[in-house]
Design a binder for this molecule. Structure first.
Ligand SMILES: [Zn+2]
Length: 634
């Protein structure tokens, strides 16, 4: 890990809401209450608890300590306040009372006595197994992912860019550490980080673990700059992945930077990759790193690696699209300020398109597999809920859609701006190529929109939809506003397939499995959305039933459990075979369904066999998709 002097760190310029200012003026020391120390003791991480001590300069009168609520990259008020425990507050070492605000429950008011110099809070963060993203399980017997915001009280109302934090982290004995946060010194198992702003600290999670590999894809000083895969796993076995995988990720770095004209808005980039079956499974982006968590076998098993291939390119893409260029209503300047998610169709939609595409350009998957992934995206957003909820509303309501569970996803819709975003941005790419006779592509938009500004420096520049349309118009003049608004407002049952059609292909359903739709190899369930309109978990529970489709019409709904198929005790294999054989018989399928404490029989008169989405070449048309998937870097 490279090191940088603290003074250099303090000179980052942030652009927030159109204003350019220094995070902390270099010539003057910050006000005492804006200088914090944060000491995190993670030695009890295997016991699933972190201990923290925060100290700041005291200001007499009322001070409100705030626990981060609206978390960048998570797009919702997911700061895990319920897990903040053991709180005590002291003024010059003498304990003082705290009181939670009755409306803003992440805020704690304390009265600081006159003359007190320091305010200290000690508290624990209880690591639980529920929760979403950063507040899901983040430690186990061998691994800890430290997201500083989970242990970060700070003075409410102050800009996180204006607060400096000198942080230390004590790791369990023998555990190694990774991340892109600048390390000043390592003393035994205590890591002392170079002071930085609270915003930067929270943007730099740290990885700790017993089984650890740091793989330098590109070293500091190389043409692309420092790019590192920091990996922790539950076992040494999970770290023994093939060298070809590492070579592919080296290519991903080059292909990804190429999209942005080889300009990056980070000093160095580290993927923090966690290989475990009992931590959360997700990715969260940061400017200079990503918190990526996948199953233990993901990098040793070729099939699992392909299914997860879009994750690392996706989060890396966010360094430009989401972190540096950020929707204006997500650029709030404080963790207490609500975020508005209306532009996630750019933030996540464009990223989802490129995350999948760059997996192909970098060689993690083939061009054909990339097309299967697009077909899978199309099926996933074919649910009946699209006839009442426009795509725009999936973005607007994402603060609760991300965590909405309990079935009914097909009627409720989910965060479809990811997968439908892929389809729409593919269509935008195909449209640019058509309008410019192949001279320009969506890469040109990315270079113009995201690749401008200082190379190798962290910055934020907000944008609104009009800026997106204007830049697209400089690439290829067109009614881009109309193009996107039509698709964002649509309540048509038809999925936008203009990119597939214009790319020389058509969407078809066949009996051949699609590795991106059928997760049986991952969780033991069966995706029968294309046939019966249900998704069935390994134990027979129907976790998604699409209204209007054969199973639902027969009385099988979300939350029910299939206990027998055609008189035989339920198993996934038998269900798959029965659906497959439905083509060969005129007899309907009968299901015994458990609905709470009652059993019913459902008769499903379906004869279409298994149906999985794929794309198929249309003869006599230009094969644009293959050209899009081709590597750009020789
Ligand atoms: Zn994303």
């Amino acid at each position: 890990m490279s090191r940088m002097k603290p003074t250099a760190l303090l000179s980052f310029t942030f652009v927030v809401a159109g204003l350019v200012y220094q995070a902390v003026p270099e010539a003057q020391a910050p006000a005492a209450h804006l200088a914090m120390t944060l000491d995190v003791d993670a030695t009890d991480a295997p016991l699933r608890i972190l201990h923290a001590t925060m100290t700041m300069g005291a200001k007499p009168g009322t001070t409100t300590l705030f626990y981060p609520k609206w978390i960048p990259g998570e797009h919702m008020p997911s700061g895990p306040i319920a897990n903040l425990t053991g709180l005590h507050v002291f003024a010059d070492g003498k304990e003082i009372e705290w009181r939670r605000d009755l409306v803003e429950m992440h805020a704690f008011a304390v009265t600081v006595p006159a003359g007190a110099k320091t305010l200290t809070a000690t508290y624990d963060y209880a690591v639980v197994s529920g929760g979403a993203f950063g507040s899901s399980a983040s430690t186990n017997a061998k691994i800890a992912v430290i997201n500083w915001y989970t242990v970060g009280l700070y003075p409410m109302g102050e800009s996180p860019d204006a607060i400096t934090v000198a942080a230390t982290l004590k790791a369990p004995a023998g555990w190694k550490h990774g991340g892109s946060l600048d390390v000043e010194k390592v003393d035994g198992n205590t890591i002392r980080y170079a002071p930085t702003s609270l915003a930067m600290l929270n943007d730099h999670p740290v990885l700790l673990g017993e089984h650890f590999r740091s793989i330098v894809l590109w070293p500091a000083g190389s043409a692309p700059g420092e790019h590192v895969l920091d990996v922790v796993a539950d076992s040494e076995w999970a770290l023994q992945f093939p060298p070809a995988r590492v070579e592919a990720y080296k290519k991903i770095v080059l292909e990804e930077r190429h999209v942005f004209g080889d300009v990056g808005h980070y000093r160095k980039y580290h993927w923090l990759l966690t290989l475990s079956d009992n931590l959360g499974a997700f990715g969260v982006e940061h400017h200079e790193c990503a918190d990526d968590r996948v199953a233990e076998n993901t990098f040793v098993d070729d099939d699992a690696a392909k299914r997860s291939s879009n994750l690392l390119p996706h989060e890396f893409f966010h360094s430009w699209n989401g972190k540096a260029r950020r929707p204006v209503r997500l650029t709030t300047g404080g963790y207490e300020k609500p975020m508005q998610d209306d532009l996630l169709w750019v933030y996540e939609g464009l990223t989802n398109y490129y995350g999948e595409l760059l997996s192909a350009r970098g060689g993690l998957i083939s061009a054909q597999e990339w097309m299967d992934e697009i077909a899978s995206d199309a099926m996933s957003v074919s649910e009946p809920g699209r006839t009442w909820r426009p795509l725009q509303d999936t973005a607007d309501s994402s603060p609760f859609l991300y965590t909405a569970g309990g079935g009914w996803a097909g009627w409720r819709r989910g965060t479809d701006f990811y997968n439908e975003g892929t389809l729409i941005w593919l269509e935008a790419d195909v449209t640019i190529r058509r309008l410019t006779h192949g001279a320009k592509t969506l890469d040109d938009f990315c270079t113009l929109f995201h690749g401008q500004g200082d190379n190798g420096r962290v910055w934020v520049k907000p944008y609104d939809a009009a800026d997106v349309f204007a830049t697209l118009n400089t690439v290829a003049p067109f009614d881009w506003k109309g193009f996107f608004e039509t698709r964002l407002k649509s309540k048509s049952a038809d999925v936008p397939l203009g990119g597939v059609d214009g790319g020389g292909y058509r969407l078809v359903y066949t009996a051949a499995p699609n590795m991106f739709t059928d997760p049986w190899a991952l969780d033991g369930g069966l995706n029968a959305l294309g046939s019966l309109g249900i998704h069935v978990a390994a134990d027979g529970t129907v976790d998604n039933a699409w209204p209007g489709f054969p199973a639902y019409k027969a009385g099988i709904s979300s939350g029910m459990k299939i206990v027998a198929v055609n008189g035989r005790r339920f198993s996934i294999d038998d269900l798959r075979r029965t659906i497959g054989a439905s083509k060969e018989t005129r007899a309907p399928m009968t299901f015994i369904i458990e609905n709470g404490s009652y059993f019913t029989v459902a008769t499903v008169d379906y004869h279409g066999g298994l149906r999985y989405p794929h794309v198929e070449r249309v003869a006599g048309t230009e094969d644009v998709l293959t050209r899009i998937a081709a590597p750009r870097v020789k």
